[in-house]
Ligand binder design. Sequence first.
Ligand code: GLN
Length: 303
Amino acid sequence: MDYRRVLQQVMSTAAPYVGEGKVADYIPELARVDPKQFGFAIATVDGRVFSDGDADVPFAIESVSKVFALALVLQRGDEKYWSRVRREPSGMAFNDLIELEVENGIPRNPFINPGAIVTTDQLLADTGDAVASARALLRAETGNPNIEVDSVTAESELRTGDRNRAIAYLMASFDNMANPVDLALDHYFRQCSISITCAELAKAGLVIARHGLRADGTRLLSESDARHVIALMATCGTYDEAGNFAYRVGLPTKSGVGGGLLAVVPNHCAVAAWGPGLDPKGNSISGAVALESFAHASGLAMY
Ligand code: GLN
């Protein structure tokens, strides 16, 4: 595979879309990000990294962190987890409350906000520090010991997080929170505010692309649980746009409102795109075009 040629193709296809869309202004700190940035990175399972554009500029990982939090919970093998959250696409916005109320406080899947809050809550109960666990995993897999929570973004999320608070209290009313709501949300907001670059995100994603094997060759999670994470990325990773992503891109993908996207090609590579301009569903516009171009140029689309 000539990844350099693929990367060139991706950069030129995405260029006209850079700056399109709207930054996530419901989190004030994200509203300040310059939408005209764009980065792309490919990390291969044999250890090569190809990147271009703003691939070394840090951004808020946001919901892409949900992949790593889920992996950390599955690693611990607590069966209780799958009684707290389901494995179905939601068809609703990532921060929807209606479905959650109708379905008795059990979120549809781990990648919408309610499901991710359950995951962080579970990780917090299991480890005593959900953020530290996620940060340690990202540090180890990227080789960057300085990966950190951006405290300004975390504060911004905390201040404007009433919708997530409503979600968490609704789940608590159905007895689906293990920790006090404020404590679990503090971890959730900080987890979402971890600062990471495209190149780092692609490297971290390799643990999923390698079916659970870490950068140092040890195992993070079982091969079958890694397959479960990949299946959930494909069906739920881009919320109520997952069908369209399967149609356009054809790769299991997780998005975040910081404009990051992480896609995995099992046994080949992990790919990260970053463009802060979002479509109305909260997914990066330039990033989606870039992943679509990557899938076509590489011939690695799954379907
Ligand atoms: N921190 C964001 C929120 O909870 C994450 C959402 C996202 O990236 N889709 O609203």
